[in-house]
Design a protein around this ligand. Structure first.
Ligand code: ADP
Ligand code: MG
Length: 694
């Protein structure tokens, strides 16, 4: 149960003043609909209204608050001319300018002969001092309505800053303080204020220094968010580790057969990674390891050999993939080798129904299947293994804690879990995303890979690009054409892809195909298969091909509006080519006009193929969680952390979480109770539920 003190934090924002149905919808898009969502919507800047010069002394272009007497209204003579109000102080005259004004309203706001505080941007026009549409017009007795320092928030269509600000301030007043969950010595050392005070400080800043990532308030909030996430991960880890692992000691005979059948030798990194994984299998500690390796680095074969070792020791294995396409592809790659080595392998996805499904479930329960490859369909209730001992989760960051636990629930004893990821997460972030687990890295690429020739081309040269592809296709090449990512809407992504498909169809006729995320699985597979067989030469897609797809014959990758993608994602997309022996190229089509950071980011792509370096550089340039394309990758979202600025807090949170779990694993102490609040507030409460489930 969520602690009572948090009820108001989770109540709907509709109860706040100024929030009707429409505004609620706009805020939902922006932040969410609970009070806490609004409180975590941080300002990005501020307007300082404390500059109070005389009219004559006010610097043109500045934001100023002027105290003037209203002298005369000069209504507009025709519809296009503005309505003017002449005001004055001892130093000179100020003209207020209003377009499309309602005279009666202005007369009420600015009665002739009265004094008003006027705040807005000062302009000089033909030696007159004027202000067009002032931000504030306030009578002196209501001076408190004029904020000295006004916060600026990210907005969305149909929502005004004033409404949002008012709602946030009301939200701040509507919630109680919470018990202190941070370690007292840290609070003392850092000089942190309680969380509610920190929120107040940020939403009602005294100056820009309060909003800087290094301000005490910002650091406190970042530390809270990080501690919540580290603690949740620590609880899960503790749970997994508590169950003793089994010693899975294989005889090597299946592994030897696979190695003999491989047309190549393992790279040094592959061998090291495999040794580490097998070491975990053989120990009595439950494995919790991440295998990290760039696209094309050869993780699949390492996974197969590791599963073979587990099967030798007499248990079954599961390989969990995030999409049907990937699950299918894993099966296709693994099957030939598995068969040669005498491993029994099967596929189970959401599409397996009725008889075919039974044809997998029965032998699975009887222990006649060694390796089950599948999507999350694999963790459903009626799927029973005879003896599941080892699970591999591909693209692990796409699965939540819940799913990982469900998988563990399929095993009678402690299960060994290996995550795999190609997302080049910088070291500083691995900890944040995965917590404190063991990591094996494959840095070295299999030999013989040719570098991918990457070019950045402006969109107005798209016709040249298409013509170039036409020539390449005529001599047998295959190309991917990835369409832009339109924020907030998959529908728009698809529309863009369909449009491009239609225009390329004019050039390529039936040799162009389209796949996107809303297509039915079978339809998608059919198009992919035709591309694989070479019946389609140009595959237009949204980012559904992002992970894992393997068509070695494809040598051209075009990415439209590349500047909109995260670098990690561009890198993954580019990894789809350069897999075979042919020379490959990647064309990053950019908007004709792009900013400096965007330019620098694309330059990194042109100059490097090292996923980790790219990720580090992207982090440096953009400084934030954006780097991982959080929305696309399904990584937990961080709203208060600035990864470039708060790096030191990550380790602090990790160490603290570890200590907490050692000292008070059930979170029963006074601080433990406070920490439960923290977990709920940041919606990392799987951890709490887990403790209660025993
Ligand atoms: P990942 O899953 O890490 O993106 P894959 O496992 O799909 O990469 O491997 C990419 C390609 O490299 C596959 O075609 C695989 O057969 C090949 N490969 C893997 N290891 C080696 C190696 N040591 N030498 C040569 N080729 C390899
Ligand atoms: Mg792979």
């Amino acid at each position: 149960m969520r602690p009572e003190a948090l009820f108001d934090y989770f109540s709907d924002i509709e109860r706040l003043p100024g929030i009707g149905k429409r505004n609620r919808q706009a805020i939902e898009k922006l932040a969410g609909t609970r009070t806490r969502d609004l409180l975590f919507h941080l300002p990005t800047g501020l307007i300082d209204r404390r500059y109070r010069p005389t009219v004559a002394a006010a610097t043109p272009g500045s934001i100023a608050t002027l105290e003037v007497t209203v002298e005369e209204h000069r209504p507009s003579q025709n519809r296009r001319a503005p309505y003017r109000v002449i005001c004055r102080d001892a130093s000179g005259e100020l003209t207020l300018v209003f377009f499309n004004a309602r005279g009666d309203y202005l007369r009420k706001q600015l009665p002739e002969g009265e004094v008003r505080l006027i705040s807005g941007k000062v302009e000089h026009y033909l030696s007159q001092v004027q202000m067009t549409h002032p931000d504030y017009i306030v009578a002196p007795e209501n001076a408190a309505e004029l904020p000295a320092v006004e916060t600026i928030y990210p907005l969305t269509a149909g929502l005004s800053g004033k409404i949002l600000r008012k709602a946030i301030l009301a939200a701040l007043e509507s919630v109680p303080d919470l018990p202190e969950w941070q370690e007292p010595s840290v609070v003392a050392r850092e000089g942190w204020m309680p969380i509610l005070d920190a929120l107040h400080a940020i939403h009602e800043p005294d100056g820009p220094e309060d909003l800087a990532p290094r301000s005490k308030a910002r650091r406190r909030l970042a530390a809270d968010e990080l501690l919540a996430s580290q603690l949740a991960l620590a609880i899960v880890r503790e749970r997994t580790r508590k169950k003793r692992g089994r010693r899975l000691q294989g005889s090597r005979h299946i592994r030897d057969r696979i190695l003999a059948a491989l047309p190549y030798k393992l790279t040094g990194d592959q061998k090291t990674a495999l040794d580490e994984i097998v070491g975990d299998l053989e120990s009595d500690r439950a494995m919790l390891r991440l295998l990290q390796g760039d696209v094309g680095s050869g993780k699949t074969v390492v996974a197969l050999l590791a599963m073979a070792a587990a099967v030798e020791a007499g248990v079954q294995c599961a390989l969990l993939a995030p999409t049907e396409i990937l699950a299918n592809q894993h099966l296709e790659t693994l099957q030939p080798l598995a068969e040669k080595a005498g491993l029994r392998i099967a596929l189970l996805t959401g599409r397996s129904k009725g008889k075919p499904r039974q044809a997998v479930l029965e032998p699975l329960a009887a222990g006649e299947i060694d390796i089950l490859v599948g999507t999350h369909a694999l963790i459903q209730g009626d799927v029973a293994f005879k003896d599941l001992g080892f699970a591999i989760i591909d693209e692990q960051h796409r699965f939540g804690v819940q799913q990982r636990l469900a998988l563990a629930g399929k095993a009678s004893a402690g299960i060994d879990v290996l995550g795999m990821t190609a997302t080049p997460i910088p070291r500083t972030l691995t900890l944040t995303v995965y917590g404190d687990l063991d990591v094996s890295r494959i840095m070295e690429k299999p030999p013989g890979r040719l570098p991918v020739d990457t070019r950045v081309v402006a969109l107005d040269r798209i016709a040249d690009v298409a013509a170039g592809i036409q020539r390449a296709v005529a001599s047998g090449a295959r190309a991917y054409w990835v369409c832009p990512l339109v924020e907030e809407s998959e529908k728009l992504d698809i529309a863009a892809a369909e449009e491009r498909y239609a225009s390329l169809k004019g050039m390529f006729g039936p040799r162009v195909g389209l796949v996107h995320g809303k297509m039915k699985g079978a339809e998608k597979d059919e198009v992919m298969a035709r591309f694989q067989r070479g019946e389609i030469s140009v595959l237009v897609s949204t980012t559904v091909i992002e992970v894992g797809v393997n068509v070695p014959e494809a040598t051209i990758m075009v990415i439209e509006q590349a500047e909109r993608f995260g670098l990690a994602q561009l890198h993954q997309l580019r990894g789809r080519v350069g897999r075979g022996s042919g020379k490959s190229s990647c064309i990053l089509l950019r908007a004709n006009e792009i900013g400096e950071v965007a330019r620098a980011r694309l330059k990194i792509m042109r100059e490097s193929e090292d996923g980790f370096l790219i990720a580090e550089e992207d982090l440096r340039l953009r400084g934030g969680g954006e780097i991982l394309g959080t929305k696309q990758s399904g990584l937990p979202e961080f709203r208060l952390v600035d990864f470039a600025e708060h790096a030191d807090l990550i380790e602090l949170a990790r160490d603290d979480a570890r200590l907490i779990i050692n000292r008070d694993p059930e979170l029963k102490s006074e601080r433990g109770q406070a920490l439960r609040h923290l977990l709920y507030l940041f919606e990392r409460d799987e951890g709490v539920r887990l403790m209660q489930s025993g």
